[in-house]
Design a protein around this ligand. Structure first.
Ligand code: FAD
Ligand code: NAD
Ligand code: NAD
Length: 519
């Protein structure tokens, strides 16, 4: 009867579903398998195809988009009109329009027929995650149970945003007001929030938090000018200034001034201690204000962006029996970016050996490109070590930007030379062209000691003081890293200085190579 038929239908259903799920759409063998579909993956498949003309590359990406670039998502897109954004395009600072995607969809081969293509190609499986990697049998298992055997494999799994303890136990109501920002969908969701006139608080003073603070403040200001709803943008961080992992303390504090100029309310030295949703649906964040440490301070907003760093995606290490760097995270690979004879790692997820500067893990775009390119070439049979230094850059709004190369850790000793400015600090040396030298530390002490010996800025945080210059990062009087502060297109010179590894005594002379006053 009807009841039996209904029961029968229910029993049949899972089998029907299974059948659909097992439709053979993914090849069970990959000559080159790439796990992850971000920037490192993109660079690797281009490199593989360049060195092996008929290569068949299968990419498994847990995202629903073909490879795209993340850097514009905290900068340019916020300065772009909606009609372009809706086509997944953005306007660069120079006014040029560009797609967020590296290639049009037509570039990619159909994964179903990839293995039959005489000239090979690149196929991307979207929305599927590799959950197990068996290196005894060279088989990767997907989240739907499918298995792919491979000849060679690249792990390019990047990282995912971390959260904070105060949000980990958050109610669903609070969670719905939180953004962990990493991809295209996060941008469109956050844009909607900002355009609704919401007050947004950004937690974190690193790259993401600082760039977003400028971009969101700009967007809110523009909304206001157009008579649209606009909210307050606040940035809250435990450090004394923006991007302090890289910038020497005085420069980081100066940069904070520029972020404030963009319209963001920046709270430094602030420790967040709690978060909850209050009566009117607003989020209340509690923190300790160093000015008033005995009592709890509060800030109320509509939405929170948590930008407190990323965790490299190394879940596959366990099943694969791969080693994770206990200090800086990421899969441990050698100078050739190789973890096992047929497994390589590139991008944010790799802790690699730089034959010039030692073991490193780098979370930047150009590193993803450079390391992906090298891994790809090595997968086709080259045996090259990492030798080409990658660079990175950041923009704090359209007026302040920098490019950097090598080891640029603010814990290192730094010496900087700034273009002609106002002579406000007697300690600063000036050369014949009026360029000023700023030592952030006394050279004899160790890096950790030095952090606490920074000269307190004596009224030298004038707007023009640090608007343009070169910062050298030193180890044993040799330059291991360089930041070109509002100085552009001189990275090749910086790269050569790091490669040469000469002992430097005269930084004014060295800085002259950059012609910092000539832009
Ligand atoms: P990702 O780009 O994160 O790609 C990894 C991919 O792997 C993701 O698509 C992920 O979904 C997928 N994945 C993970 N695990 C699995 C799995 N098990 N199976 C299948 N797929 C998986 N750097 C700069 O130098 N300059 C900038 O201005 C800059 N701006 C940035 C702005 C934003 C908003 C962000 C988020 C980052 C920015 N970066 C910038 C950093 C840069 O984008 C990253 O360093 C770079 O994307 C790293 O590339 P990747 O391929 O290693 O990782
Ligand atoms: P395929 O497209 O996966 O393989 C294409 C070619 O690669 C064939 O010539 C095959 O002989 C060769 N090949 C496969 N595994 C190899 C290995 N380990 N070493 C060397 N060469 C290898 O086709 P298939 O393997 O014959 O699979 C048949 C169909 O089943 C495919 O259409 C596939 O998409 C589908 N399927 C896949 C899964 C999965 O888990 N990936 C699951 C169900 C069905
Ligand atoms: P980050 O590592 O640059 O900064 C982390 C920040 O988290 C710290 O500076 C600190 O302010 C904050 N933080 C840490 N613990 C905290 C705590 N307990 N309470 C409050 N704040 C705390 O990472 P990010 O800024 O989150 O960026 C995410 C990723 O995206 C990184 O890999 C970054 O390199 C990348 N990114 C790079 C660029 C660029 O290169 N221009 C731009 C945007 C994003």
């Amino acid at each position: 009867d009807l009841q039996d038929r209904k029961l029968l239908a229910e029993e049949e259903q899972p089998e029907e579903l299974n059948k659909t799920d097992l439709t053979p759409v993914i090849p069970s063998f990959a000559q080159y398998l790439i796990i992850g579909g971000g920037t490192a993956a993109l660079s690797a498949f281009k490199s593989i195809r360049a060195h092996d003309a008929t290569a068949k590359v299968l990419v498994i990406s847990s995202e629903k988009y073909y490879p795209y670039m993340r850097p514009p998502l905290s900068k340019d897109v916020w300065y772009t009109d909606d009609n372009l954004l809706n086509q997944h395009m953005f306007k660069q600072w120079n006014g040029q329009e560009k797609s967020l995607f590296f290639f049009d969809n037509e570039f990619y081969a159909d994964v179903k027929t990839l293995n039959d293509e005489e000239n090979g190609g690149v196929g991307v499986v979207l929305g599927r995650k590799v959950v197990n990697l068996d290196l005894k049998t060279s088989v990767a298992k997907l989240d739907n149970g499918w298995e792919i055997s491979f000849e060679k494999c690249l792990i390019a799994t990047g990282g995912q945003p971390k959260s904070l303890k105060v949000f980990q136990t958050a109610s669903n109501r609070l969670k719905s007001k939180l953004t962990l920002y990493r991809g295209i969908d996060d941008f469109f969701a956050l844009k909607k929030v900002v355009d609704s006139g919401a007050d947004v608080t950004i937690i974190g003073g690193g790259f993401l938090g600082s760039e977003l603070a400028c971009s969101l403040a700009h967007r809110a200001t523009e909304n206001d000018k157009r008579g649209n709803p606009s909210g307050k943008i606040t940035q809250l961080m435990p450090e004394t200034g923006n991007i302090s992992k890289v910038l020497p303390e005085y420069l980081s504090k100066w940069a904070t001034g520029r972020v404030r100029d963009e319209g963001a309310n920046v709270l430094t030295n602030v420790e967040l201690i709690g978060a909850s949703v209050v009566q009117d649906g607003k989020v209340s964040l509690s923190y300790i204000d160093p000015q008033n440490p005995k009592k709890t301070s509060y800030i109320t907003c509509d939405h929170v962006v948590v930008a407190v760093g990323i965790e490299p995606n190394t879940d596959l290490a366990k099943s694969a029996g791969l080693e994770v760097d206990p200090d800086q995270g990421g899969f441990l690979v050698n100078a050739e970016l190789q973890a096992r004879h047929n497994v390589w790692v590139a991008g944010d997820a790799a802790s690699f050996y730089d034959i010039n500067l030692g073991r490193r893990r780098v979370e930047h775009y150009d590193h993803a490109i450079v390391s992906g390119k090298l891994a790809g070439e090595n997968m086709t049979g080259a045996h090259k070590p990492y030798w080409h230094q990658s660079t990175f850059w950041s923009d704090l709004g359209p007026k302040v930007g920098f490019e950097a190369i090598g080891l640029t850790d603010s814990q290192l000793q730094t010496v900087a030379v700034y273009a002609k400015g106002k002579p406000t600090d007697e300690e600063q040396k000036r050369d014949s062209e009026g360029n000023r030298e700023q030592q952030d530390v006394v050279p004899e002490a160790t890096a950790n000691d030095l952090k606490h010996k920074l000269p307190e800025s004596k009224g030298n945080l004038d707007k023009d003081d640090y608007s343009k210059g070169v910062v050298f990062y030193l180890k044993e009087n040799k330059v291991v890293g360089i930041v070109l502060w509002n100085v552009f297109n001189r990275i090749a010179i910086a790269r050569k200085i790091i490669k040469d590894q000469q002992e430097i005594t005269n930084f004014q002379e060295l800085a002259k190579l950059f012609n910092i006053h000539q832009d």
